[in-house]
Design a protein around this ligand. Structure first.
Ligand SMILES: *Cc1c(COP(=O)(O)O)cnc(C)c1O
Length: 396
């Protein structure tokens, strides 16, 4: 303990605060944004397509629609995949945006419990699908960046004919994420793997779905002459009127700006390095906690995961400590962990809709133990060592 205190005091003296996640923006990212700012296009210009291409390449997708947040991506994917009153299976261990997106379009989320890795439980999914033929889709989340349910989702899709939406907000750079979903969504919020400030995307392989989703992101408008309905207004002697566009559905302005895309393109070039570093950090946490009785990783090192989060499970009863006390003592040392997630079906809004969190006991017990430890690629070895030693000291 004395040694740890010495380390803590020594490192602590020159320490920047250590949050659970943070962006990594370099001078070349800044230069890319400034260059765009000086150019002709601030909003929809050449950077959008270039960024979408980078996302397609990284996720092995045919099509990508960049939008202004992961939440917007969920919203327009839901518009394309669901009808009002459809039921959608989803997980309570996610950010509220996942299930909110079903509600946006008048569909009804059905929460199933999570497995031992806090991923949507495929057995529960199958039970629900057998019982209720009105379920139209599964919204799965690769929680922490672990795409462990992919094969099972593929099987359920084939067996029950449901649509799959992969919420890949945590999973950019993980192996196979986005390969099963009819549509997959991504987020570029600063805590995620790369950032555009706010930003998100939908990826898909189906051309028709792509057209729909792209038009929902832009007021439901098309400018493609092959799609025009009001032929008399669109063409003059067979030549397209240059001012002409058509609104064919009710869409939104969810466009991502060139400025944001310039940042995103520059960040995407670093994705592999960022993910490699996250995996290193995860390995080291795993090793550090291997011999501790009451702290363990949510799952032991899994190379498929791109480790958006490092979720640890603390046995607070055995440690004779509350989570609040752990947080307070870490905060004193400039370390700011988080909890992901408060089960969505405990939220007052969801309770007001009749949801009951006792339906998902694994999600509740996961929530009781979960702590997201600092995990971001710019965290130095020294900083991680300080986090580990501080946790060991507090929990010894
Ligand atoms: C971040 C996140 C979202 C929402 O993304 P935004 O870009 O913040 O709108 C959705 N689902 C999950 C699982 C997320 O982590």
């Amino acid at each position: 303990v004395a040694r740890c205190k010495r380390i803590a005091r020594h490192v602590g003296a020159c320490l920047r605060s250590i949050p659970y996640g943070r962006q990594w923006v370099d001078d070349d990212d800044i230069a890319a944004v400034v260059e765009t700012l000086k150019g002709d296009y601030l909003t929809t210009g050449p950077k959008v397509g270039e960024f979408e291409e980078a996302i397609c390449k990284a996720t092995d997708s045919k099509y990508c629609v960049a939008v202004n947040s992961g939440t917007s991506a969920l919203h327009i994917a839901s518009l394309a995949l669901l009808q009002a009153n459809d039921k959608v299976i989803t997980t309570p261990i996610s950010f509220v945006a996942t299930s909110n997106s079903a509600l946006y379009v008048g569909a009804k989320p059905v929460f199933v419990d999570v497995d031992e890795k806090a991923q949507i439980d495929l057995n529960h999914c199958e039970d629900a699908l057998k019982k209720d033929k009105s379920i139209k889709a599964i919204y799965a989340v690769h929680f922490t960046g672990l795409p462990s349910t992919l094969e099972g989702l593929r099987t359920l899709k084939e067996r029950y004919g449901v649509s799959i939406l992969e919420d890949c907000a945590h999973a950019l750079g993980s192996n196979g994420a986005g390969s099963v979903g009819d549509a997959s969504i991504w987020s570029f919020h600063p805590v995620k793997h790369i950032t555009t400030a706010e930003g998100g995307a939908v990826t898909m392989d189906d051309e028709e779905l792509h057209k729909k989703i792209r038009s929902y992101a832009n007021h439901g408008i098309t400018r493609l002459e092959g799609e025009f309905v009001n032929i008399d207004m669109a063409f003059d002697n067979g030549v397209k009127n240059q001012w002409y566009y058509e609104q064919q559905s009710l869409g939104y302005n969810f466009r991502l700006a060139d400025l944001n895309c310039a940042l995103g393109i520059s960040q995407m070039a670093k994705l592999e390095r960022f993910v490699a570093r996250r995996r290193e950090i995860a390995r080291r946490y795993d090793e550090a906690f291997a011999n501790l009785a009451h702290i363990k990783p949510l799952y032991t090192y899994d190379e498929r995961s791109s480790y958006h989060l490092y979720a640890a499970l603390f046995d607070f009863a055995a440690l004779s400590m509350s989570r609040r006390e752990l947080f307070a003592r870490l905060n004193e040392r400039n370390i700011y962990p988080q909890v992901h997630y408060i089960p969505i079906n405990t939220q007052p809004y969801y309770r007001s809709l009749g949801y009951d969190p006792s339906d998902t006991p694994n999600a509740l017990s996961f929530y009781e133990q979960a702590v997201s430890l600092p995990m971001y690629p710019s965290m130095s070895d020294e900083e991680q060592g300080y986090v580990i030693e501080t946790i060991k000291e507090i929990c010894s």
